[in-house]
Design a protein around this ligand. Structure first.
Ligand code: AMP
Length: 425
C-alpha cells in the first residue's frame, strides 16, 4: 500500500523553514504592539453564509475556491478562505463597537482556497491579517498601509511596488460599472471566455485579467477615478496625501480592483519583483459595507492580509536574514555507563538554566556522540565519564577550537549559562 501523502497544494512547514516563520511572527508581533493592534485567534471554519454574503456570491473565492462541507448535523460550514469576514463577525459578535474605535486587531493563521497550485500559490497558505474596524477616516487607511510596509521594511524586503486605487462605493460604483460595460460591450467578442463570463456578473474583474488581448482592450477602458463620487474622491486624495506625508512610495493603478466584493474606496496591493507569476505579497483596502452584508449595523473598516509563504519565498530569494536559527548549544557526552545518571542530572540543570542542550539516548559510543555534536552545530560538549564524576569535574570542549579543559562540576552550568547570555554560544 502506498503511504498516505498530504493533499495536493497543501504542505508541511518543516523545522528547516518553520524557524524562519517564527522570526517573521516575532517581527510582526512587535510591529502590532508599536501600532496598537491586539491579537485575536479566530476559528478556522465558519458558517458558509459568512463568506458567501461577506465576500460576495460572484467572486472567484466564493464561486470556485471554498472548501465547504456539511457537518454531522447538516450545517453548511466552510474552511476560512480569508480572515477579514471572520474578524468583522468577531467584532460584531463581541460588541467591540462599544469600545474605543477603531478596534485594531490582528491575527495570523492558515487560509484555505481550492486554487490551482503553483509556486507561491497553495491550497492552504498563511496570512498575517490586520484590521482596523469602526473608523471611516482616511488616516486609518494610511495607518494600515503604513503598517504593512513597516513589516516589509523591518524584514528588509526590497524590490517591492505598492499599487493603489479606489473602487468607489455603492453610490458611484454602479455608474462606473455601466460606463465600463458600455466600453467593453463594443469589443465583447474579443474578450477571453472568462472575461465574457464576468461581463454581467463582475465586470470590474475584467480589468485585472492577465490575457494579452483583454489587457489591450482594457488599456483604453474608462478610469474609475473619473467616476468617483465627491466623498470617494476626497477620501482617496486624503489617503494619497497621507502616504506622501509619511514618505510611502506608491503607484496609482486603474486596473487594481481586487477579487473580493466587499472593498469600497481604497484598494491596494504590494507586489514583489522577485516572485514570478504569483507576485502579490499583500493586499487590502477598505470594506465599509462588509458588516452590513453579514447582518450587522453599518461599520466602516480597513485592513490587509499579507501572504506569509510568499514573504518567506521573497526573503530567501533576496538572501535576507531570518535572525539566528535556534540550535542546541551544548551536548552532554556520556563517556561510560557509570556516568549516565550524573550526565542526565547535568543535562536537566542546563535546560533549567535556559541553555539549549541535548544528549544521546540510544547508547552511542563517545566518537559517535562527538560526531553528532558536530552535526548539531553545538558550540560545546560536556564530557562525563566515571573518572570525571569521581573527581567532581566535567571535561568541557569547545567545538570551534577543539580546546578542552576541566571545570568543577558545581560551576559548569553557571559558566555555560553566562556564555549563552554573552551570545558566545
Ligand atoms: P487576498 O486575500 O486574496 O487579498 O490575498 C492576500 C495575500 O495572501 C496575497 O497578497 C498573497 O500574498 C496571499 N495569498 C493569497 N492566496 C494565496 C495562495 N493561494 N497561496 C499563497 N498565498 C496566497
Amino acid at each position: 500500500m502506498e503511504s498516505i501523502k498530504a493533499p495536493r497544494g497543501v504542505r508541511d512547514i518543516l523545522p528547516d523553514e518553520s524557524w524562519k516563520w517564527a522570526f517573521i511572527f516575532g517581527v510582526t508581533r512587535k510591529i502590532a504592539e508599536d501600532f496598537g493592534y491586539r491579537e485575536v485567534h479566530l476559528p478556522i471554519f465558519e458558517q458558509t453564509e459568512l463568506f458567501s454574503r461577506g465576500i460576495g456570491e460572484t467572486t472567484d473565492v466564493v464561486e470556485k475556491e471554498m472548501y465547504t462541507f456539511s457537518d454531522r448535523s447538516g450545517r453548511s460550514l466552510t474552511l476560512r478562505p480569508e480572515a477579514t469576514a471572520s474578524m468583522v463577525r468577531a467584532y460584531l459578535e463581541h460588541g467591540m463597537a462599544s469600545g474605543p474605535q477603531p478596534s485594531k486587531l490582528w491575527c495570523a493563521g492558515p487560509m484555505m482556497r481550492y486554487e490551482r497550485p503553483q509556486k507561491g500559490r497553495y491550497r492552504q497558505f498563511w496570512q498575517l491579517d490586520f484590521e482596523a474596524i469602526g473608523s471611516a477616516s482616511p488616516l486609518v487607511d494610511v495607518e494600515v498601509i503604513a503598517l504593512s510596509l513597516e513589516i516589509f521594511r523591518r524584514l528588509g524586503l526590497s524590490n517591492l511596488e505598492v499599487l493603489i486605487n479606489s473602487v468607489g462605493c455603492p453610490s458611484c460604483r454602479p455608474v462606473y460599472r455601466s460606463a465600463l460595460q458600455g466600453y467593453l460591450r463594443e469589443r465583447f467578442d474579443e474578450l477571453c471566455p472568462t472575461c465574457q463570463g464576468r461581463f454581467d456578473r463582475n465586470p470590474l474583474r475584467i480589468l485585472d485579467c492577465k490575457v494579452e488581448t483583454c489587457r489591450a482592450i482594457t488599456d483604453g477602458a474608462p478610469d474609475v477615478r473619473d467616476h468617483l463620487c465627491g466623498e470617494c474622491r476626497s477620501h482617496f486624495d486624503e489617503v494619497l496625501q497621507g502616504l506622501d506625508l509619511i514618505g510611502a512610495k506608491f503607484r496609482i493603478d486603474k486596473r487594481l480592483v481586487r477579487g473580493l466584493d466587499y472593498y469600497t474606496k481604497t484598494a491596494y496591493e504590494v507586489l514583489s519583483g522577485d516572485l514570478g507569476a504569483q507576485n502579490a505579497v499583500c493586499g487590502g483596502g477598505r470594506y465599509d459595507n462588509l458588516a452590513e452584508a453579514i447582518g450587522g449595523p453599518h461599520t466602516p473598516g480597513v485592513g490587509f492580509a499579507a501572504g506569509l509563504d510568499r514573504i518567506v519565498l521573497t526573503m530567501e530569494q533576496q538572501g535576507l536574514s531570518f535572525g539566528r536559527e535556534p540550535s542546541i548549544s551544548v551536548i552532554v557526552v556520556v563517556a561510560d555507563e557509570a556516568a549516565r545518571d550524573e550526565a542526565v542530572r547535568l543535562l536537566y540543570e542546563l535546560r533549567r538554566a535556559g541553555v539549549p542542550s541535548d544528549m544521546d539516548t540510544s547508547g552511542k559510543g563517545v566518537k559517535a556522540q562527538m560526531k553528532a555534536a558536530g552535526a548539531a552545530k553545538a558550540c560545546c560538549v560536556c564530557i562525563l565519564g566515571s573518572s570525571e564524576v569521581s573527581r567532581g569535574v566535567v571535561a568541557l570542549k569547545e567545538m570551534a577550537t577543539g580546546s578542552q579543559e576541566e571545570i568543577e562540576r558545581e560551576r559548569v552550568v553557571e559558566r555555560l549559562a553566562a556564555k549563552m547570555k554573552a551570545a558566545c554560544c
